[in-house]
Design a protein around this ligand. Structure first.
Ligand SMILES: C[S@@+](CC[C@H](N)C(=O)[O-])C[C@H]1O[C@@H](n2cnc3c(N)ncnc32)[C@H](O)[C@@H]1O
Length: 397
């Protein structure tokens, strides 16, 4: 699988977008200017579709320059469509031109203003268009709206995660209220070329249904690659930077192979079966493949209390449930206080590599980082009568 993923042009372009101008231009030429332009325009068209669109399909003429080469495309927007054709349309009222290197930066580069070579044009009408009922009036308004969609997408505004959830129909906002929490933890990673794996695509067994949250993540992380894992075949939801995978989150050899192919991960989100033994297996297998500084998120931990899902509503510390696991992680977080710092015997992987556990209603966010902070000073007695300790300490001061 790794070779397949590495061949994806968008992954190569994301890496190229931060290179100096001459290197980026050489890279685009080597990959093929037309292939790169097509990939960038498809991404741009999908982003443009998030802005207000004309009611009917409208095609904008797009010209892209690389060195002496001029490439012509049509981008059709409106009426729920976002399509790219590899030929300049005849008679388009709106047109856009830009250097290909700058478009690369606008789409996949570091955030900033990438518009120095951008030219926008709308053809002048041959007469005043004063009557809104005049078809030429509507045609021109549609061309302006579609051109605005593209120009706005080149500006790459940071959209709120709540807005993206609603736009794509994810229940992570509305039903659940997870996105404000997610935004708090994910915002520092937002402009990085993250690798995100979400377990659970949705849409039951229909191969072209589901993927609401994956689309939301893809637009939240404009330089990220989003993988979705589901027990059902989901090839119909694939799009640039969104890769559906079929597999069982309870299958350890499969998960190990997957992590070897597409890991390490910046973010793993478990929104799969929510069966407790699956949650534990996925966490134990995939957490070691999260990058230091990355995050592992478990959703819908209410099933920790639901017996039918492998939960336990009598023993709330049951280590076989997701919340039992999480409670155990908390003691691991403070392992320095339970033994001398130098004594690493008996420490688990999670003791040594978890720096934070954030528990919200039904949502747990686990931060991965080296956990070797020094403990309380050794001269502070561990077994003392607190009242006399404070009295003595005050006297000693
Ligand atoms: C709650 S839905 C995911 C919703 C999606 N993450 C979203 O927010 O749009 C749960 C998904 O987990 C999948 N699933 C169930 N058991 C699984 C397993 N053992 N391995 C992987 N996926 C599984 C189901 O097919 C279903 O699509």
């Amino acid at each position: 699988m790794s070779a397949e993923v590495a061949r994806e042009p968008e992954n190569i372009l994301i890496g190229l977008a931060d290179r100096p101008d001459t290197e980026a231009a050489a890279g685009l030429a080597e990959l093929g200017a037309a292939r790169c332009a097509g990939t960038l325009l498809r991404e741009l068209a999908l982003r443009a579709a998030l802005f207000p669109e004309p009611a009917d399909k409208t095609t904008v003429k797009v010209s892209l320059r690389l060195g002496g080469e001029l490439l012509g495309y049509g981008v059709t927007l409106g009426g729920g469509v976002a399509e790219v054709t590899q030929s300049a349309p005849q008679g388009a009222l709106a047109s856009l031109s830009q250097d290909l290197v700058e478009l690369l930066r606008a789409v996949y580069g570091a955030p900033g203003r990438h518009t120095a070579t951008l030219e926008l044009h709308v053809a002048d009408p041959d007469r005043p268009l004063l009557d809104p009922a005049d078809p030429a009036h509507a045609e021109r308004a549609a061309a302006v709206t579609a051109l605005h969609q593209l120009a706005a997408a080149i500006g790459r505004p940071a959209r709120s995660l709540d807005e993206l959830a609603v736009r794509f129909g994810s229940d992570k906002w509305g039903g659940h209220w997870y996105t404000p929490h997610y935004d708090r933890y994910f915002a520092p990673l937002r402009e990085r070329p993250v690798t995100l794996l979400e377990i659970g695509i949705g849409g039951y067994d229909a191969p072209d249904q589901g993927g609401a949250s994956l689309r939301m993540w893809k637009h939240y992380f404009p330089r990220g690659t989003v993988y979705g894992l589901d027990i059902h075949e989901k090839h119909g939801i694939a799009e640039p930077r969104l890769v559906p995978l079929r597999g069982d989150q309870g299958d350890v050899p499969y998960l190990e192979g997957l992590a070897g192919d597409i890991g390490p991960f910046d973010i793993v989100i478990d929104d799969g079966s929510h069966l407790n033994h699956h949650v534990l297996t996925s966490f134990r297998t995939l957490f070691p493949h999260v990058r230091p500084g990355g995050l592992y998120v478990i959703e819908d931990v209410q099933t920790a209390y639901w017996p039918g899902w492998g939960g336990n509503d009598t023993d709330l510390n049951d280590p076989g449930t997701s919340m039992g696991l999480v409670k155990g992680l908390l003691d691991g977080l403070n392992h320095q206080e339970r033994r001398p710092a130098a004594d690493e015997t008996g420490l688990s992987y999670t003791d040594r590599n978890i720096s934070g556990v954030h528990v919200h209603h039904n949502l747990v966010v686990i931060e991965k980082a080296v956990n070797r902070e020094q403990g309380a000073p050794s001269w502070v007695p561990r077994d003392v009568d607190p009242e006399s300790w404070y009295t003595d300490a005050a006297r000693n001061n």
